[in-house]
Design a protein around this ligand. Structure first.
Ligand SMILES: Cc1cc2nc3c(=O)[nH]c(=O)nc-3n(C[C@H](O)[C@H](O)[C@H](O)COP(=O)(O)O)c2cc1C
Length: 198
């Protein structure tokens, strides 16, 4: 049976979106059934219009499927992605998480594998605290956090045992260490979810 993986994320200007797409591609190559779902934009139009990259990304995302609670209940494993916002998750992602009360109450978020990915402008700009803020939700759901740790040599290069993290200060393009960290995270999550299923 293929592992069912949902990738639930928010991206304003495209970095976390690129990370999510890479994770989806890698998971599909490994035989997983994947749902790639961004959460709904809730920022005011005036705020979006102040940044060309935000406007451009919103245009790119038109028609792409938006996350629903059922995308989590369906999945065996969930990757959650967000840009850092002052050291925490984006409010758009948090607003989606705030709709999960009924499925949480029904116990439908428990016993799944979860891991997080993040983008920040600066290296010490809050990636770890953002990932921990995501994992706080997972603890409340009774989910199984599968952090990458230093389970592969490549984690000594990106230096983030909490999840996969992209630093966008120099370039927003995903480089080799970024891609390696995302691939490792997706692979590890599928591996553990597959073992749990069997
Ligand atoms: C309101 C706001 C707060 C932010 N806070 C931080 C921060 O605390 N640390 C940091 O390094 N970057 C911060 N950033 C930068 C974003 O996290 C960064 O640009 C991220 O890569 C954007 O991802 P996206 O392209 O997927 O939207 C902030 C950006 C905004 C708009």
């Amino acid at each position: 049976m293929a592992v069912k993986l949902s990738i639930i994320y928010y991206s304003a200007t495209g970095t976390v979106d690129a990370m999510a797409r890479r994770a989806a591609q890698t998971a599909e190559k490994q035989g997983a059934e994947v749902r790639l779902r961004h959460v709904a934009e809730i920022a005011p139009q005036e705020a979006i219009e102040q940044q060309d990259a935000w406007v451009a990304h919103r245009t790119e995302m038109e028609g792409e499927p938006v996350a629903t609670p059922e995308d989590l209940t369906w999945a065996d494993a969930v990757l959650i992605g967000t840009p850092t916002r002052f050291g925490s998750a984006a409010s758009q992602l948090q607003a989606f998480i705030d709709t999960l009360g009924p499925v949480w109450q029904a116990g439908e978020l428990a016993d799944k594998v979860y891991a997080g990915f993040v983008a920040s402008q600066t290296r010490h700009g809050g990636q770890e605290s953002t990932l921990l803020s995501l994992y706080t939700n997972v603890i409340h759901w009774g989910g199984i956090i599968v952090a990458p740790g230093y389970t592969d040599e490549l984690k000594f290069v990106d230096g983030n045992p909490y999840g996969a993290g992209k630093v966008t200060g120099e370039t927003t393009e995903l480089g080799q260490p970024d891609v390696a960290a995302i691939d490792h995270l997706a692979t590890r999550v599928l591996d553990v979810a597959g073992k749990l299923a069997s």
